[in-house]
Structure formats: C-alpha cells, structure tokens
Design a protein around this ligand. Structure first.
Ligand SMILES: C[S@@+](CC[C@H](N)C(=O)[O-])C[C@H]1O[C@@H](n2cnc3c(N)ncnc32)[C@H](O)[C@@H]1O
Ligand SMILES: [Zn+2]
Length: 317
C-alpha cells in the first residue's frame, strides 16, 4: 500500500504541475500505435464489442481521455469504458474539472461508452477487486516505482516486492485475453520480462517526435511494451519471477513466460528426486532465460540480454 508521505508528495506535485505529460505526449501517432499494438497482440480483443480500459497512475496526462476518444472515433459499433486512475486525489480532481463535459455520471455502467476518473492505489492488493479490463494503460507509473526503489537503495533487487504488488494487481484486473500496455523510457525491464503472469511481451520504440516531459530528463522518446496475460499464473502460488531464486524449485504448474510450457511438461514428467532439485531448478532457469518462445513478428523482450538491466543510462544522458 502506498504510504501517506508518498501520496502527499504526489498531491503536492500535481497541485504545482498541471497538465504535465511524462515520457511522451499522447499524439495521434502514439494513439494509433497503442491501438494497433493492443489489437495485434490479442486477436480476441479485436472481436469484442464492449471493452473496458483502465489507466494506472494517470497523473494529469490526457492519455486516458485521448485514447478513449480515439477509439470511440475510429472503432465503429463498439463501446469503450475508460477509467483513469491515480493514487493522488489532487490530479483526479483536476482531471474531472478539465474533462467535466465528457464524463459520465453513471459509474456503474459496464456496457456504455463512458469515461471516469477515480483514485486507485496500484500497490494495494485489496483495491480494485471489481475491475475486469481488456486494456490497462500505464505511462510512467510502473516506472516511478523502479526509479524510487533504486534511488533510495532500499532494495537493489530487480524483483522488488512493490513491483510484484503492482504487476499482481495488473494481472488481477486484466481479463484473460487482456493486455497491459505501458510506456517507459527504459529499453530493458528485467522484472517485467521475468514476471510469470505475462505470457508474451512485445516492445516498440516510440517515434522521437512524441517527446514530452521526460522521466529523469532522458532524451530517449521511450518504448511501448505490450504484455499479454498468462491466465495459468496463480497469485501467491506460482513463483512470480521465473528463475528468480537459484535454490527454489518451481511448482509443476509454473509456466515459461515465453513458450508457456509448464515445469512438469518441461521435465517430461520426470520425478525431481532422480537428478535432484538443484539440477532441475538450474535447467528451468536456463530455459526461461533463453527461451525464444514462438516466433513473433515484433521484438520479444526475451531477446534482451538477461544480464543487463537498463542501467541509469537514460537518466545520466
Ligand atoms: C511519472 S508520473 C506519470 C503521470 C502520467 N501517467 C503521465 O504520463 O504524465 C507517475 C504517476 O504515478 C502516480 N502514482 C504514484 N504512486 C502510485 C500508486 N501507488 N498508485 C497509483 N498511482 C500512483 C503519481 O501520482 C503520478 O501521477
Ligand atoms: Zn519456454
């Protein structure tokens, strides 16, 4: 759960910085990329007539509104429900004020085309239990946790428990065919790549012209990551990060985030005892790190070197 001091920090920040766009402006070009990418990543989404969407950590960005309006305009005979969310009530207030004329008063509606804003803490495991969304957007929200945990030196691990809380919530709020699309200035994201709750991850570099106010003053225009949900993942049962711990044997149902094979099938049903837990744990970790999964048209995150996190390259430039 987000602590009071951090919420206050963001409240103050949003009071002083209205209409700020982090990383990338939601230009028409970016909106088209997001639209193409999410429907390409999940063919089932394209067939749906009613789609629910959520943006996490929306700040005072107009992305939720602009993407929603873009879809309403370009995807005929479909309804789109969009909820822009943030832990800070200050930015939610100013977005409601800004988009007053577009907002729907009927918050319970799930089938009508509508836009809402509300507060939501992405790292609180008991929040948002009623959400079931086809698309979750994130521009700089996940990123802000990576940035803060590293700066404070609190937890140097790429698998910070806060990141796991965020990803587990995203997993919980996604429908089985759903996609999590986030925009980040980082070209490599080890925690996301290794997260077992996603079955595939694709990455695309954004066009340079879409630069906004950049996280950490990076000059890179950022990347869009599109993650498809792995419905076989079970929160609290499946190890959240494949190959995370040298000595922990995965459960039989743990799946490779790239090719989806489970640990039992990977061993072809062989009992652990014969060659031992250390052998199988090592084999599995190696498979998950190097597996290219099925061949896909776009850059797979599994192509990214497993040994190289995106060092603060973009921040120091
Ligand atoms: C880097 S800003 C990005 C804002 C916006 N998406 C944009 O692109 O301009 C990160 C946002 O995450 C929000 N945030 C921080 N902690 C959060 C939490 N626990 N749950 C939801 N949002 C959070 C902050 O209030 C802030 O608006
Ligand atoms: Zn695999």
């Amino acid at each position: 759960m987000q602590n009071e001091r951090t919420i206050q920090f963001w409240d103050e920040y949003h009071k002083e910085n209205e209409s700020i766009e982090w990383i990338s402006q939601p230009s028409e070009e970016v909106l088209i990329i997001l639209q193409d990418y999410c429907f390409d990543a999940s063919a089932q989404l394209k067939e749906l007539r009613n789609l629910s969407m959520l943006e996490i950590g929306c700040g005072t960005s107009s992305l939720a509104r602009d993407f929603w309006q873009h879809l309403v305009k370009t995807e005929e005979n479909k309804t789109f429900r969009m909820v822009g969310t943030d832990v800070s009530s200050e930015c939610i207030k100013s977005n409601i004020e800004r988009d007053r004329e577009l907002l729907s008063s009927d918050e319970a509606s799930t089938t009508r085309t509508c836009l809402h804003y509300r507060t939501l803490d992405v790292i609180n495991p008991s929040e948002g239990d009623t959400f079931c969304c086809e698309i979750i957007l994130d521009k700089g929200c996940l990123d802000t946790f990576l940035f803060r945990s590293r700066n404070r030196g609190a937890n140097k691990s790429s698998y910070n428990p806060i990141i796991q809380s965020l990803l587990d919530n995203v997993w919980k709020w996604l429908s089985d065919d759903g996609v999590y699309m986030f925009i980040s200035p980082r070209s490599k994201l080890k925690a996301v790549r290794d997260y077992s709750g996603f079955q595939s991850i694709q990455r695309l570099a954004l066009p340079t012209v879409s630069n906004g106010n950049l996280v950490g003053k990076t000059k890179s225009s950022g990347y869009v990551y599109v993650c498809r949900k792995n419905p076989a993942y079970v929160i609290g049962t499946t190890p959240a990060f494949a190959g995370r711990d040298k000595d922990t044997l995965p459960s039989d149902a743990t799946t490779c985030p790239n090719c989806n094979v489970d640990f039992l099938d990977f061993r072809k049903g062989e009992l652990i005892g014969g060659r031992g837990a250390a052998f199988w744990t090592r084999q599995w970790k190696g498979h998950c790190q190097h597996c290219k999964g099925q061949i896909r048209a776009r850059t797979e995150i599994s192509d990214i070197s497993p040994f190289e996190e995106d060092k603060d390259k973009h921040r120091s430039s």
